[in-house]
Design a protein around this ligand. Structure first.
Ligand SMILES: [Zn+2]
Length: 226
């Protein structure tokens, strides 16, 4: 991707922001989304309701947090969680980051130390998802806590706050946010029956290996026939 992809990326960010509302992953202007474009991060603005956000409102910052001018439009203030997004880009191979205030993960965060593996789909997030300690929104300490709890994972739950997922593109990061909320809901349902059985690290490793094998097969298929 290069800078000529920016208009498309701005439109994508607005589209996925609207989905945060319709999928119940945030309300009002809560949560935020960013995409990496080389040395530039495009991120949703602070304090603009998602149902009022326009592509021109999307902000651009450098990897060290300096805001870049927009393309001639008045420039909005980048999301208050920009430090957390930047810390995740610095620490991982993320190409997109989604931060939600979704009710199932927030409820879990207030009562549990992690989201355990009660369904094998959690391997798409790297395994059981940790709950990072509570730190005030928008702080560098929250960014550090999120990065620490992300180790080996593509998702983290922020205690009494929300969740963050990342991916190789915006679609993957967003799908992971939806999956995380679904897993938290499923765990809550299981708890209503009693103490749920969870999958062992060996069982999760087996799932991850099989998923890799099948993906490899998919990639090989078309090449082998061409
Ligand atoms: Zn937040």
């Amino acid at each position: 991707m290069n800078r000529s992809d920016l208009p498309e990326l701005r439109a994508q960010l607005v589209g996925y922001s609207a989905r945060l509302l319709s999928d119940g992953l945030a309300v009002g202007s809560a949560g935020n989304i960013s995409v990496r474009l080389g040395e530039i991060i495009a991120i949703t603005p602070s304090g603009i309701r998602y149902d009022e956000m326009r592509p021109a409102d999307v902000c651009l910052v450098t990897l060290d947090g300096a805001q870049l001018p927009g393309d001639g439009e008045p420039t909005e203030t980048p999301s208050s969680e920009t430090p957390m997004h930047l810390a995740i880009y610095a620490a991982t191979d993320a190409a997109a980051v989604v931060h939600t205030h979704s009710p199932e993960v927030i409820a879990l965060s207030a009562t549990r130390p992690e989201l355990p593996a009660i369904h094998y789909a959690i391997t798409a997030l790297g395994g059981p998802v940790r709950v990072a300690p509570y730190v005030r929104f928008g702080s560098d300490s929250l960014a550090a806590a999120a990065v620490t709890a992300l180790d080996g994972r593509a998702a983290v739950i922020l205690r009494n706050h929300g969740a963050v997922t990342y991916g190789r593109d915006l679609a993957e990061a967003y799908e992971r946010a939806v999956l995380l909320e679904w897993l938290a809901r499923t765990y809550r349902l299981a708890l209503s029956y009693g103490e749920p059985a969870t999958l062992s690290p060996a069982e999760l490793d087996e799932v991850a290996a099989e998923t890799r094998r099948r993906r490899y097969g998919e990639r090989r298929g078309p090449q082998a026939s061409s």
